[in-house]
Ligand binder design. Structure first.
Ligand SMILES: [Mn+2]
Length: 377
């Protein structure tokens, strides 16, 4: 039995004001071409099909066309929700997509979480958000990992007698290497699930959520994040992207082949110095894809001129310029906090004057500061 495992398509993603839909489409085209040239029995999509709860129409068209073309090739697919997908939106597609042999598992549902296909059973655990997996009132964060482990084991019980057993999920396993994109709301150590939670009886574990391709060596069975299908933002600069071609064999370990995706628009971070940037700018002009420039500021009064020149020269390739100033480098956290505190005090003084027609007394300010300190602690 031969499977494709891919993940984190993020259709509808934008970077600055630029839509990344052509990047998604380019990756899916490669997946379809692979399917034409190799015999693939089933495609597994491990969540974050869409980048947002309400994806734009072009993003939907790209995903639905991909599913239609898979169906024309007579290859069924299983897709689960990731944290970026809306449970409700994915649920709204479920019955319709079943007609073209795409089986959607929108929300964790332990009684209806198994997909059967010939001699294979897939235990599907869509993104287990804290809200759906732990009951309110319990010490939710501590219980989270325990609840997810229980869910996985409960699903395993329902598939354990099958010849081939797969776990398909979207979650964060402790010890995986991640970048900024996934961290946004959901990657903290509170939400990390221990790799040892995975029953070793699974032949293969297809994961989504972490955008860097990796095998989780600490897991007791063949466990992979295939990562996102293109570089989503500048924290993924330099990362190569893949999907897995997995051949399951009875009584033997699976053969796992990482298939590299070529990128429509690779991302680059370019360092420039205000006093000396001609060579870097010339090189940047030749790069394919999108750019972020870190510009070291030497003379604040004249930097706008340089910024304009870089913008003009790089055009729509340039997503943004970050100005690196000396102050920014030396300004410590404490200084920033002081600055913020100062602003609140100034605001309060103005408010006081407005209401009482005179400035506040020293003691009032002291009380305000001590209250702010209490809140901060
Ligand atoms: Mn993702």
């Amino acid at each position: 039995m031969r499977l494709l495992h891919l993940s984190d398509l993020h259709a509808g993603k934008t970077l600055g004001s630029i839509s990344r839909n052509e990047d998604v489409a380019y990756a899916l085209e490669q997946v379809l071409n692979f399917c034409k040239e190799n015999s693939v029995d089933l495609v597994l999509i491990a969540g974050d099909v869409f980048d947002k709860a309400n994806p734009d129409n072009e993003a939907k068209e790209i995903i639905f066309d991909f599913f239609l073309k898979l169906n024309e090739l007579k290859i069924p697919a299983v897709a689960i929700s990731g944290n970026h997908d809306s449970y409700e939106f994915m649920k709204s597609l479920k019955n319709l997509l079943r007609v073209i042999n795409v089986f959607v598992f929108p929300k964790p549902d332990l009684e209806n979480g198994v997909f059967s296909f010939e001699e294979l059973k897939v235990a599907c655990l869509p993104y287990p958000s804290e809200r759906v997996i732990t009951r309110a009132g319990e010490s939710a964060k501590l219980d989270y990992a325990v609840a997810v482990e229980k869910a996985i084991k409960y699903l395993y019980k329902q598939v354990e007698n099958a010849k081939f057993k797969i776990l398909l999920s979207h979650l964060f396993l402790a010890g995986s290497k991640y970048t900024r994109t996934e961290r946004e709301a959901t990657i903290t150590k509170f939400y990390a699930v221990e790799p040892s939670s995975i029953p070793e009886g699974f032949d293969y574990v297809a994961l989504g959520h972490v955008h860097r391709y990796q095998r989780i060596e600490k897991a007791p069975t063949y466990t992979y994040y295939t990562g996102s299908v293109f570089q989503l933002d500048f924290s993924e600069t330099g990362q190569e992207k893949f999907f897995n071609f997995v051949e399951l064999r009875e009584g033997e370990p699976p053969i796992v082949e990482a298939v590299k995706l070529s990128l429509k628009n690779p991302l680059h971070v370019v360092e420039m110095d205000q006093n000396n940037y001609a060579r870097e700018l010339d090189e940047a002009k030749t790069l394919n894809g999108y750019l972020k420039v870190n510009l070291k500021v030497r003379d604040k009064n004249r930097v706008n001129l340089v910024v304009d020149r870089i913008k003009e020269s790089l055009g729509s390739k340039l997503i943004r310029i970050e100005l690196i100033t000396e102050e920014l480098q030396t300004q410590s956290k404490e200084e920033l906090q002081e600055l913020q505190a100062l602003n609140v005090v100034e605001l309060y003084k103005e408010y006081f004057k407005e209401v009482y027609k005179k400035g506040p007394e020293e003691q009032v300010i002291k009380t305000l500061l001590s209250l702010m300190e209490t809140v901060r602690r």
